[in-house]
Write a protein that binds this ligand. Structure first.
Ligand SMILES: Cc1cc2nc3c(=O)[nH]c(=O)nc-3n(C[C@H](O)[C@H](O)[C@H](O)COP(=O)(O)OP(=O)(O)OC[C@H]3O[C@@H](n4cnc5c(N)ncnc54)[C@H](O)[C@@H]3O)c2cc1C
Length: 380
C-alpha cells in the first residue's frame, strides 16, 4: 500500500526511523517506568525538523504535508506511543490554532520557538465537568484592562506539567453556548496560572499529563487567537479534525508493533511439543491483524491526502479515528490472547501495547462522539 507516498516521503521515513532508533528507543523504558517525559528530546527533534512538520519554512518549519506528518507520527508511535503523545499534542493541538488563526506576532513568539523545540505547548479544552460536550465548559475570560481575566480548571492536559505555554478555551460570552468561546495563549509564568497536579495513568506513562488552574489569570488581548470575540469553537473543530487523522497514524504505529510481536511469538512458541503457529485459529488471528493494519493504512493516508487537497470533512476524519482506534483495541486484545499468561507480565511488551492502545478511543472525541459526528453528516 504505497500509493500516497512520494520519494520524498520514503526518504523522510528512513531519516526519522534512524533518529528514533538512536535517540528515542534507548530512553523509552526508563521514561515509562519513572513516568517522566525526557524533555531533552524536544530540542533534538526540533533541530532535525521533526516537530510541527506542516509549518512553512518562513517560520522555521519543514513545510511538509499531512502525509509526511502522519509518517512521522506512525514511526514515532512504533517506537513509543507514550513519548509520541507529547509530540503530537505539541505539533498539532498546541500549534495548529496559532498557525491557522494566530497573528504574526503570535507566530513569531510561539510558533517559531515551538518548531525548534525551545517552547513546549499544551492544549487545554477538557475540564472536570466538560469533556465530550466541549460547549459546556465553564472557564471564563472576562474583558478587563486591555486584556482578559481567565478563570477555570483544565484537566487531562497532555504536556501540562512540562509546558511553556498552553492554549486555553474559555467563554468570552457565557450567554452564547458554544459560539461564545475563544482560545487564548497563556504563558507558564503568567501570574494566576498553576499546574495543580501531575496525573498518573494506565498507559502512555512516559508522557506527562496534568490538571491546570487559572485563577484570575490576566492576559493581554494580544494573547487571544483570532481578532474577534467568539469563533473559538470553529478553531477547535478545525484543530481536532486534523488531530483525528493523526490518531489514525498513531494506531498504525501501534498495530505494526502488535502484529510484529504476535508474529515473533507464533514463529517461535511451542506448546505441548507443537508449534503454536500450526493452529488454524492462530493463523486466522494473524491474518485478521494484517487485514486490519492494511485497512488502517489505506483510510488514514487517504484522509491525509484529502486533508492536503483541502477536501477532508469532519466525517472522513471521524471515520479514521473510530475505525482505527476500535480495531486497534481488538488487535491488542488478540495479541494478548495469543500469548496467554506470558503477555500479561510487565516484562512483556504486549501489555504496554494494550494499555497504550486503549487510550486512543478517548481523546479528541471518544468513539461514541465519533459515531455522532459521522451520523450528523449522513444527511438524515
Ligand atoms: C491521557 C489523556 C490525555 C488527554 N489529553 C488532553 C489534552 O491534551 N487536552 C484536552 O483538552 N483534553 C485531553 N484529554 C481529555 C479527553 O479529550 C477527554 O477525556 C474526552 O474528550 C472525554 O471526556 P471525559 O473524559 O470528560 O468523558 P465524558 O465526556 O464524561 O464521557 C464519559 C462516557 O460517556 C460517553 N458519552 C459522552 N457523551 C455522549 C453522547 N452524547 N452520546 C453517547 N455517549 C456519550 C463517552 O463516550 C464516554 O464513554 C485527554 C484525556 C486522556 C485520558
Amino acid at each position: 500500500m504505497e500509493i500516497y507516498f512520494k520519494e520524498e516521503h520514503e526518504i523522510f521515513r528512513k531519516t526519522i526511523q534512524s533518529f528514533i532508533e538512536k535517540e528515542i528507543l534507548p530512553l523509552v523504558d526508563e521514561a515509562e517506568e519513572k513516568e517522566k517525559f525526557p524533555v531533552e528530546l524536544f530540542p533534538k527533534m526540533g533541530s532535525q525538523g521533526f516537530l510541527c512538520i506542516r509549518v512553512p519554512k518562513t517560520y522555521g518549519g519543514r513545510d511538509g504535508d499531512k502525509i509526511m506528518e502522519c509518517i512521522a507520527i506512525e514511526e514515532l508511535t512504533k517506537g513509543s506511543s507514550g513519548i509520541t503523545s507529547a509530540f503530537t499534542t505539541h505539533g498539532g493541538l498546541a500549534t495548529d490554532p496559532i498557525l491557522r488563526f494566530g497573528s504574526e506576532d503570535q507566530k513569531q513568539r510561539y510558533l517559531v520557538p515551538a518548531v525548534k523545540g525551545e517552547k513546549i505547548g499544551a492544549f487545554g479544552l477538557t475540564e472536570p465537568d466538560a469533556g465530550s460536550d466541549a460547549a459546556s465548559l465553564r472557564a471564563t475570560a472576562e474583558k478587563r484592562l486591555g486584556g482578559y481575566l481567565i478563570n477555570g480548571t483544565k484537566t487531562f492536559i497532555t504536556n501540562g506539567p512540562i509546558c511553556h505555554y498552553v492554549i486555553v478555551a474559555a467563554y468570552t460570552d457565557v450567554t452564547k453556548k458554544g459560539s461564545g468561546i475563544n482560545l487564548f495563549i497563556v504563558d507558564r509564568e503568567n501570574p494566576g496560572f498553576s499546574v495543580v497536579k501531575k496525573l498518573t495513568k494506565l498507559g502512555h506513562r512516559s508522557t506527562e499529563t496534568g490538571e491546570l488552574s487559572f485563577d484570575d489569570c490576566w492576559v493581554p488581548k494580544e494573547q487571544m487567537i483570532g481578532d474577534q470575540e467568539g469563533g473559538g469553537f470553529n478553531q477547535i473543530e478545525y484543530t481536532l479534525r486534523s488531530g483525528r487523522i493523526s490518531t489514525g497514524a498513531r494506531c498504525i504505529g501501534l498495530a505494526r508493533s502488535i502484529l510484529e510481536e504476535s508474529m515473533y511469538y507464533v514463529r517461535n512458541a511451542k506448546k505441548q511439543g507443537r508449534m503454536v503457529g500450526r493452529s488454524q485459529s492462530v493463523r486466522f488471528s494473524l491474518a485478521e491483524m494484517a487485514m486490519y493494519l492494511d485497512v488502517m493504512k489505506a483510510i488514514t493516508y487517504r484522509c491525509a491526502w484529502l486533508y492536503d487537497c483541502g477536501k477532508v470533512t469532519m466525517k472522513d476524519a471521524a471515520i479514521v479515528k473510530l475505525f482505527c482506534t476500535e480495531t486497534l483495541c481488538k488487535m491488542a486484545y488478540d495479541g494478548l490472547r495469543l500469548q496467554g499468561g506470558e503477555a500479561y507480565l510487565n516484562s512483556n511488551l504486549m501489555q504496554r501495547l494494550l494499555r497504550d492502545s486503549r487510550l486512543h478511543r478517548i481523546p479528541e472525541g471518544t468513539s461514541e462522539i465519533q459515531h455522532l459526528l459521522i451520523f450528523n453528516e449522513l444527511g438524515i
